[in-house]
Ligand binder design. Structure first.
Ligand code: ZN
Length: 151
């Protein structure tokens, strides 16, 4: 395992152990969306709540259970997207999905790598197609919750 892979492994373990934004909070935002997503193949689940103020994501929290990849991924996503906006989410969502389908290769785009922050650590998951659903679970929950908050 390379130094970078070891560092990424550490980042994932850290998020899995101490989930950022874990524990649902009562959002005071004007528009609130909630989503419950289940990955039946692995047994992961996430319930995520987002609060919007205009285009601004001003509250983001979740609760969940399952494998380290699913729980660490929603934690890293929360860390990079809390206090941002819908456009940032859409750009990050597309970048993360691309990362998941790059078969373990980094994105090779400095702007997108900066945007993804700790979520870059999941690059290795792309080598294991069965685990991509685990890593995408929280992202799907946020996309669904945002759609509900905007409807
Ligand atoms: Zn899983």
């Amino acid at each position: 395992m390379s130094d970078l892979e070891q560092m990424y492994q550490q980042v994932i373990m850290d998020h899995a152990k101490q989930g950022r934004g874990k524990g649902l909070v009562d959002a005071q935002s004007r528009r609130i969306g909630e989503s419950h997503q289940v990955n039946t193949t692995c047994g992961d689940e996430v319930t995520l709540r987002v609060g919007l103020n205009g285009e601004h994501i001003d509250s983001l929290s979740w609760d969940g259970a399952g494998c380290s990849i699913s729980q660490a991924s929603v934690s890293a996503m929360t860390e990079i997207l809390a206090d941002t906006d819908i456009d940032t989410f859409e750009e990050a969502f597309d970048a993360f999905r691309e990362l998941m389908h790059s078969r373990g290769e980094p994105l090779d785009d400095e702007h997108l790598e900066d945007l993804l922050g700790d979520a870059n650590a999941f690059v290795g998951v792309g080598k294991y197609p069965a685990r991509i659903k685990c890593a995408m679970l929280g992202w799907s929950a946020l996309r669904d919750a945002l759609a509900k908050a905007q409807s």
